[in-house]
Design a protein around this ligand. Sequence first.
Ligand SMILES: [Fe+2]
Length: 465
Amino acid sequence: MCDAPANESVGWRDPGFIHDGVMGNLKKGVKYYYQVGSDSKGWSAIHSFMTRNGDLDETIAFMFGDMGAATPYTTFIRTQDESLSTVKWILRDIEALGDKPAFVSHIGDISYARGYAWIWDQFFTQIESIASRVPYHVCIGNHEYDWPLQPWKPDWSMYIYGKDGGGECGVPYSLRFNMPGNSSELTGTRAPATRNLYYSFDMGSVHFVYLSTETNFLEGSRQYGFIKHDLESVNRTKTPFVVVQGHRPMYTTSNEIRDAPMREKMLKHLEPLFVKNNVTLALWGHVHRYERFCPLSNFTCGSMGKNGLNWKGYPVHVVIGMAGQDWQPIWEPRPDHTDLPIFPQPERSIYRGGEFGYTRLVATKEKLTLSYIGNHDGKVHDVVEILASGEVLNAGVSRDIVDSEISQAETTYDHGVESTFSLFVKGASILVLGAFLGYVLGFILHARKGALSRNTWTPVKSEET
Ligand SMILES: [Fe+2]
C-alpha cells in the first residue's frame, strides 16, 4: 500500500486471498439460496437473498456512515462498540421485511481499519448477518483513502487530506468491494488504482447516486462530468426521487472547522447541480451525528411545505454519520455568542440527534420517507417525508406533524403492538419516574449551578472524524 502503518510490519497480517463470486442470469424478485466455501476448506451456512425487482415501485434502504467494527478483545487501535447495536437493529428490520428486497448503504469511514487488515476481517464478519441477505453499498471516506502523497491534493485541502487512511490509499476498499460502474483513479504509486468512486443505480422509485469527496469533484473533473450527466439523464417518470450520497457533508452545524474549505468547494461546484436537477435528498457522513436540514439552496430554506406558501423543492440535506464511531463533535458557536455552542440551532437545522443509530428509507412512486432510528431504543426519532412533486411535508419545525409521522412510520414496521392497558401502565410509570428524576436532577443542577456559571465553552480543536 502507500504509507505507514499499512505498508509496515507492525500490526501487519497477511490478508490472504479474496474470492469474488459472480451469480449470473438471476430472475427478478426471486429468493435464492447459496453457500460459499470449498470441499477442502469447508462450507458456510446456507444464506438467502431476494433479487431486486425492477417492476416494483417500493424502495427500502438502511443508510448510515462512519460505523466501524467492534473487537471482542482490547486492541491498540480505536474500535467502535456501538457498531454492534447498529447491525443488530438493521438485522431486525431486514428480518421484518420478509421477502421484500432492500439494501444497505454505508457512506464512508467503513471499518476504521486504517492500515490494519485484521480489522477489515473483523468488520466483514460483523456485517455478515446483513450483508449476506441484502446488497451492501459503499462510498469512500477519508479513513479508506487519505495519505500524505495522494495524487489530488489542491492547496485549499492541505489540512483536509491528511493521514486518515493509515496508508491504505484505497487498496482494501477497492479490492474488497465491487460497486457498479468503472470509475477509478491512479494512486501514483505501485499500489492498484482506487475503484468504486462514483456510480449510480435505480431501485424502485429512487435513483441513487454515490460520489467521492476524497478525489477530484470540481467542475472539469471526470467525476463532475459523471455527476452532471447522470443527474441530467434521470427518468423522473420511472424514478421520481433522486438521492445523492457522499462522505463529507456539504452542510453541517457541527464545529468541524477543518473541512470548511471543502464545504465551500462543494457548495460552489456541486450544489448548483443538485438544485438545478431537483435532487430530493443529499445524505452525508463524516460528522458523527444525525442532523436534518430544511430544503436548502445556498444556506437558504426553500419550502416549508404544508405550513408555507409557494414552496420550493430544494434538496433536503441530512447528516447520518452516527452509526458507530464514538467521538461526537460540538455544535459550532453562534456568531453573536462565540463562547457558546449553538442552542437553539439555526433555522436551517431542523433536527439534531446525539444518539447513535441509522436511517431507514422507504419510498413509493408517490412519497419518500426517511426515518432516524436510535440505537438506544430501536425506535424512530425523526422523520422527513417528501412527495414526488418535491414538496417536503414536514420541512418545518412543527413537532405535532413530526410526532404523528413518527408513529405512522413505526406502525409501518409493526414492531411490538402494545395493548392500551400496557401503554397506560407504562405511561403512569414514566410519569412517576420522571417526577423523581426531575427532583434529583433539579437538586444536582442547583448544586452545580455556581460551578458551571464560571466555566466557559472550549471547542474541540483537533479530533479526527
Ligand atoms: Fe470521515
